[in-house]
Design a protein around this ligand. Sequence first.
Ligand SMILES: *[C@@H]1O[C@H](CO)[C@@H](O)[C@H](O)[C@H]1NC(C)=O
Ligand SMILES: *[C@@H]1O[C@H](CO)[C@@H](O)[C@H](O)[C@H]1NC(C)=O
Length: 330
Amino acid sequence: MANLSLRLSLIFRICAFLLLINVSFAKTLKRDMKALNEVKRLVGWRLVYSWVGDDPCGDGVLPPWSGVTCSTVGDYRVVIKLEVYSMSIVGNFPKAVTKLLDLTVLDLHNNKLTGPIPSEIGRLKRLKTLNLRWNKLQYVLPPEIGGLKSLTSLYLSFNNFKGEIPKELANLHELQYLHIQENHFTGRIPAELGTLQKLRHLDAGNNNLVGSISDLFRIEGCFPALRNLFLNNNYFTGGLPNKLANLTNLEILYLSYNKLTGAIPAALANIPRLTNLHLDHNLFNGSIPEAFYKHPNLKDMYIEGNAFKPDVKAIGAHRVLELSDTDFLV
Ligand SMILES: *[C@@H]1O[C@H](CO)[C@@H](O)[C@H](O)[C@H]1NC(C)=O
Ligand SMILES: *[C@@H]1O[C@H](CO)[C@@H](O)[C@H](O)[C@H]1NC(C)=O
């Protein structure tokens, strides 16, 4: 009996000791240490100034590097978040960040990054947020971006991306926020994006996109969670299909500045939570069904710059966006 309790106490002490080692001696994974030191060498003086020492997670004496969040996984510390924004970082997208395989957040927004997103981005299987908005990134999006299976938010707006929107984005089954506005994307938005069950917000405004709205919504039961849809300032053509009324969660629909034609379908007035409907600067004609004017939630319906009958009235007064309003245009 005494023997047993002695053994138990020994086991307990060993466990406690191991736990202690784990806490106080957890080392930063070499892979992450190497990758971030490579990033440190590449980027400008501001970061180097605040990134003191060799260990991005801090070595117990020096603090972790600013914008770096680490977490202990097993015996090691790994980098799980890299948030280095509004730092005026210049140069190419720092490819070494694609070696940080435990990243859940990569936020480099509002810098001066140029060049392409490297295809190696597809390695970051744990990434939930990729925020690269407000940079000067270029070229086509690598299809490998469709490999970021955990992604919920993708912010690529206000860059110089061009070419087609890769249909591989339709593999991002967790995606809720897709912001690709203010780029130079061409071609059609892949209708396959409609299969994303969780997509709430799609902003593709201010690009060079073509195609028809019917084409975008051709998949049965598409875009079931969509709340906000911005397609303004593109080259969309054709009419508005009745099918749009199937987007029962829709609150904001911006179609301004396209080449859309025909009449506004009465079915659209059945979307219960619709608050903003921007139809201005297209080639719409005819009248607007009475139901829109009786809609309980519709605050703004902009109609100017179309071929509507002269008695057709707007709802709300068209306001030009103030700078302070652009905060939500992420
Ligand atoms: C809306 O979707 C349902 C089922 O997906 C379909 O039967 C119906 O025809 C659609 N409505 C319109 C207006 O397309
Ligand atoms: C509206 O425009 C469509 C084509 O864009 C045309 O076929 C139709 O006749 C027009 N309707 C009216 C009332 O002008």
